[in-house]
Design a protein around this ligand. Sequence first.
Ligand SMILES: NC(=O)c1ccc[n+]([C@@H]2O[C@H](COP(=O)([O-])OP(=O)(O)OC[C@H]3O[C@@H](n4cnc5c(N)ncnc54)[C@H](O)[C@@H]3O)[C@@H](O)[C@H]2O)c1
Length: 244
Amino acid sequence: MNSRVAIVTGGGSGIGAAIARRLAADGLAVAVFDLNGATAEETAASIAAGGDKSLGLAVDVTDAAAIQAGVECVRGRPVILVNNAGMTPHGPFLEITTDMWNRSLEINLTSAFHCCQAVLPGMIEEGWGRIVNISSSSINTGPPQLASYVAAKSGVVGLTKVLAREFGPRGITVNTIPPGFIDTPMLRQSEKGGLMRVEEQESVTPVGRIGRPEDIAAACAFLVRDEAGYITGQVIGVNGGRNT
Ligand SMILES: NC(=O)c1ccc[n+]([C@@H]2O[C@H](COP(=O)([O-])OP(=O)(O)OC[C@H]3O[C@@H](n4cnc5c(N)ncnc54)[C@H](O)[C@@H]3O)[C@@H](O)[C@H]2O)c1
């Protein structure tokens, strides 16, 4: 895997940071894109401190031109893309404005469209590529107050399936991991917003603990390997058995 280059979006925090660190540990050069350039650089610096190759960049994944500019800064051709950046706007359905709805779709769905368009031509030229889209287990249950988020993350699953079929003949696999209850700043933010209490969820999780960012990173690390080449268009749930 040594010469391969990966891009991880939203890699400045939580799940994305764990994915970036794990892919680097597995021998990939990793470009970390995040809206927050300082945290992207922190993740990259922690990887570089361990002797692996990494670059952190401030990239807003809702901005197609910024993504293209980011891809051009990356040394080598990115053949692995993890679309992980996201946010969870929550609130009563009847209070969602058109602007709020559109912004949520831009961040949680259209961002993956832009990033895939930016890297797919290079993957096609290489005749090899791996895309992992991070969706959400909330698409199975549709929790109240999360309409725009659940709609967007459901769209990520559809996008994954279409791209898998369209680019499978080019040696490119596309899968989605819907995380379920992973302890990250995003989850703690939802707790602060009164949506649930994190520790209370342990008892309703079959494996008896809350997920860790490294749980998602492990699944992602497998999906980007050569040996996962027969897995594409799939939804690989990582949720401690909360959704079966
Ligand atoms: N934590 C969970 O339990 C959980 C469950 C289901 C799905 N997810 C999904 O996993 C992904 C990662 O979530 P997390 O829990 O690590 O959250 P997090 O808030 O810790 O990290 C999200 C990162 O995305 C970045 N980001 C947000 N908007 C961006 C933009 N426009 N451009 C570039 N970067 C942007 C943020 O700056 C942040 O660093 C998200 O897509 C989220 O929807 C998380």
